[in-house]
Design a protein around this ligand. Structure first.
Ligand SMILES: Nc1nc2c(c(=O)[nH]1)N[C@H]1C(S)=C(S)[C@@H](COP(=O)(O)OP(=O)(O)OC[C@H]3O[C@@H](n4cnc5c(N)ncnc54)[C@H](O)[C@@H]3O)O[C@H]1N2
Ligand code: MOO
Length: 412
């Protein structure tokens, strides 16, 4: 058994960053830029107004107040999109809307609320200060600036910025195609009859969902029986994918044939068995330069192994550099004793108690029990050499759902 950290490094050493593709900016949500994006023009491209009001020369209304109003003559309009292009002179003003271009000669905008109208004249009862409410050209972005470096994750603000800079398409790293094979004579798929003693092949679905959640493309290879030629045929079909995942058949039982099948297909084994619980029998290697993960069959072991090894690998392929789920400190709400020899990853719920983040295990930790995974916010990271753990101990939790939703509105 090798330590989990060492195993993770051995995996990442074998993982390439995928090439690039050019896609529409709306499809780029969640993807990683494979190009830098520089501004070809200033944003905004001209001085414009931040308010509805009047554009004028500050010196004409300097010191204005209710008891000492200043009058300027209204000579035109500058709504957004239809600029007033004539220069304005001393004592003159142009009506302007938010986003309207500041006419030549004007340097300040007075808000509508600080004025009254008297025929063709505007009465200003406030001095907003020189340059007030003018958004200068290039205030947001200046031509030539690198606004989005390569490696940026595209979120809604980046989509908006790409559009602002005139890009309909952008280069991003490709998504890996991930072939998923479940193995086991006891497994039935959802469209097959179920009889007692059989097991629904949930791993094909949970793993596909995990692949999709981190941005990969799942490709199902179905269910192989505990038979080497069936497994070989299906895995060979999966070799067109970027990554191969199998589940089951990697332990030491008579019918645990997956490791042998993979070896026959030319896999170079990088490691087998990791000092973690759940997930011990994981085998990892490469066929050619293609990464192959032989995940344990137990539903929770498969998912937790995916979290520790496959997810970081897929994120690296897609150009990400931050590969890991966040770790937070929490206070243990119960005593926990773990068996020696392995790092235990205990499914847990996080909750707030008087401003302190607390963690409690989500019931049975059997590697076959998926419900405890359904209930979990994260995984307690418990090194066995520190066992037993007591209520009140400070522990690390790997948060699996990084943006939990709140039941409280901030405005309650
Ligand atoms: N003598 C030993 N026995 C076991 C050891 C060991 O070290 N010595 N390790 C145990 C550990 S730890 C794990 S984890 C399991 C993993 O075994 P396999 O990867 O060989 O998995 P299987 O035996 O094929 O299946 C285990 C379990 O999971 C169910 N399963 C399998 N595939 C699916 C699927 N696609 N969907 C849902 N459920 C699935 C399967 O029915 C079994 O119940 O080995 C221990 N044994
Ligand atoms: O290591 Mo296994 O994954 O405990 O059940």
């Amino acid at each position: 058994m090798i330590p989990i950290g060492e195993a993770q490094q051995k995996v990442l050493e074998e993982i390439p960053v995928l090439g690039r593709e050019r896609i529409h900016i709306l499809e780029a949500l969640g993807r990683v830029l494979a190009q830098e994006v520089a501004a070809i023009r200033d944003v905004p491209s001209a001085n414009n107004s931040a308010m509805d009001g009047y554009a004028l020369r500050h010196e004409d209304i300097a010191g204005a107040e209710a008891s000492n109003p200043k009058r300027v003559k209204l000579i035109g309009d500058s709504p957004a999109g239809r600029p007033y292009l004539e220069p304005i002179g001393p004592g003159e003003a142009v009506r302007i809307m938010t986003g309207g271009l500041i006419p030549p000669g004007a340097d300040t905008v007075i808000m509508l609320e600080d004025t009254d109208r008297d025929g063709d004249y505007v009465i200003c009862s406030n001095d907003p200060g020189n340059g007030a409410h003018v958004r200068p050209r290039g205030e947001d972005v200046q031509a030539g600036e690198v606004v989005l470096p390569a490696g940026t994750i595209v979120r809604p603000p980046e989509v908006g910025m790409l559009a602002t800079l005139g890009h309909a398409y952008v280069q991003v790293h490709q998504r890996p195609l991930v072939a998923i094979l479940s193995t086991g004579d006891e497994l039935v798929d959802l469209d097959e009859p179920f009889t007692d003693g059989k097991v629904v092949c949930s791993n094909s679905y949970s793993l596909a969902a995990q692949v999709a959640e981190c941005g990969g493309i799942p490709l199902s290879l179905g269910i192989a029986t505990d038979n080497e030629s069936d497994q070989r045929a299906r895995i060979s079909e999966g070799l067109r994918a970027d990554v191969i995942l199998t589940s089951g058949g990697v332990s030491v039982g008579k019918y645990d044939l997956v490791k042998d099948t993979l070896t026959q297909l030319g896999m170079r084994v990088k490691f087998w068995k990791v000092a973690m619980k759940p997930g011990k029998p994981l085998v990892f290697g490469t066929i050619g330069n293609k990464p192959v993960f032989g995940l344990p069959g137990n539903p929770t072991s498969a998912m937790i192994s995916f979290e520790q090894f496959v997810r970081p690998a897929l994120l690296k392929m897609m150009g990400h550099t931050n590969l890991y789920r966040p770790l937070v400190n929490a206070v243990l709400a119960q005593d926990i004793k773990v068996s020696p020899g392995r790092l235990h990853l205990v499914r847990c719920k996080l909750f707030d108690k008087d401003g302190t983040m607390m963690a409690v295990a989500t019931g049975t930790q059997s590697s076959g029990a998926l419900r405890s995974m359904v209930l979990a916010d994260g995984l307690l990271v418990l090194p066995s050499e520190r066992s037993p753990f007591s209520a009140g101990d400070s522990v690390s939790v790997q948060v699996l759902h990084s943006t939990p939703l709140s039941s409280h509105s901030p405005y309650e």
